[in-house]
Write a protein that binds this ligand. Structure first.
Ligand SMILES: Nc1ncnc2c1ncn2[C@@H]1O[C@H](COP(=O)(O)OP(=O)(O)OP(=O)(O)O)[C@@H](O)[C@H]1O
Ligand SMILES: [Mg+2]
Length: 336
């Protein structure tokens, strides 16, 4: 089980134009991903998804809050003492082209982490060979056909599978896939998503999926948890299927209203519920972060920041003062 409580992160921008300015990438995020579970972080570009994913994978520091891995709090530990915990969480990078060293064959790529592991656990060279073939088979590749090749000799989909196979060499507890399918051909997307789902079912590995596409989030499993992030705040959280069938926050509704367009199912005359405007279109940081773009905002929304809460009659946690005003785009799951 991996949990986060009140995770905050501020970046100080560098350079001539933005130098010295700060960006609050995460504003007190809470999450919990059970062993073998699935979770998705969704939200538009710049909302903080990758930052959160990198923190969870131990690749980025955080300013305040706590991460626990199997009950152990990470903050009190020195970086070296955190390593064995974070090693169980493997990030699959967005771009399979740059994620693999082009001068190394797949054999070399897989052998480096496996040899280290063999040394640590007293295993033989034969085990390294067997395990390399095994992880490739797990991701649906033929070891005989792939091991001797270089990354450029493989298709984008095969490269992405090699990246996943490399992550599996350390027997991870969780895979963090950051837009793992966005860089490859649409026709291969489903294969990779299916593979992550399959690994979850067969190996019991948890999957954290980071995307801006709600439809993609569903592929990892309807039982998964969905965290909708807006400007560094979780504005809605619940099971994937219920969030999709009954979105509460106007921002989630806006994300969902884009789905039928993606699938060519749009109803005639259907309009996105939320007016255009980037994440920077905030009225005042004292109020709701979404107020500037919200068709339902009231005076209270401009003056006060809603936090994630459960209210009677509302299906899931939300950070909205007016959950009763929802229902604009709620639609049966089957149509999504
Ligand atoms: N290393 C960094 N230095 C400065 N600012 C950063 C850094 N990394 C991220 N940021 C800023 O933090 C915010 C969140 O970035 P992040 O990459 O987490 O967003 P994202 O949700 O993953 O976006 P995308 O969908 O485009 O990948 C952005 O405003 C970004 O510019
Ligand atoms: Mg990102």
């Amino acid at each position: 089980m991996i949990t986060g409580t009140g995770i905050t992160k501020t970046f100080r921008q560098r350079g001539h134009v933005l130098g010295g300015q700060t960006v609050q990438a995460l504003r007190g995020v809470d999450f919990a991903i059970p062993k073998g579970g699935a979770a998705s972080f969704i939200g538009e570009s710049g909302c903080g998804k990758t930052t959160l994913g990198r923190i969870i994978a131990g690749l980025e520091s955080w300013d305040a809050g706590e991460i626990t891995i199997d009950g152990a709090a990470m903050s009190p530990l020195k970086p070296k003492a955190r390593q064995p915990y974070f090693r169980r969480i493997q990030m699959i990078h967005q771009d399979p082209y740059s994620a693999l060293n082009p001068t190394r064959t797949i054999h070399q790529t897989l052998h480096a982490p496996l040899k280290l592991r063999a040394r640590q656990t007293g295993r033989s060279a034969a085990w390294v060979e067997e395990r390399a073939a095994e992880v490739l088979t797990l991701v649906g590749l033929d070891p005989g056909a792939v091991l001797g090749r270089y990354p450029h000799q493989l298709s984008g989909g095969m490269r992405q599978r090699v990246v996943i196979a490399r992550a599996l060499t350390v027997d991870p507890e969780m895979l963090v896939a950051d837009e793992a399918v966005s860089m490859i051909d649409v026709s291969l997307r489903l294969g990779i998503l299916g593979l992550l789902k399959d690994l979850r079912e067969r190996l019991g590995v948890s999957v954290l999926f980071i995307t801006h596409d709600v439809a993609t989030a569903r592929y990892i499993g309807d039982d998964g948890e969905l965290y909708v992030i807006y400007r560094g705040q979780v504005v809605e959280h619940g099971r994937v299927d219920t969030v999709i069938s009954e979105p509460v926050h106007p921002y989630t509704q806006a994300l969902l209203s884009a789905i039928p367009v993606l699938h060519g199912l749009e109803e005639p005359g259907a309009q996105p519920v939320v007016p255009a405007g980037g994440p920077e279109a905030a009225v005042d940081d004292a109020g709701c972060l979404f107020a500037a773009r919200c068709p339902f905002r009231t005076e209270r929304c401009l003056a006060e920041r809603p936090t994630l809460q459960v209210t009677a009659g509302v299906p899931q946690e939300h950070a909205c003062f007016h959950p009763e005003r929802r229902s604009v785009v709620a639609r049966p799951l089957a149509e999504v």
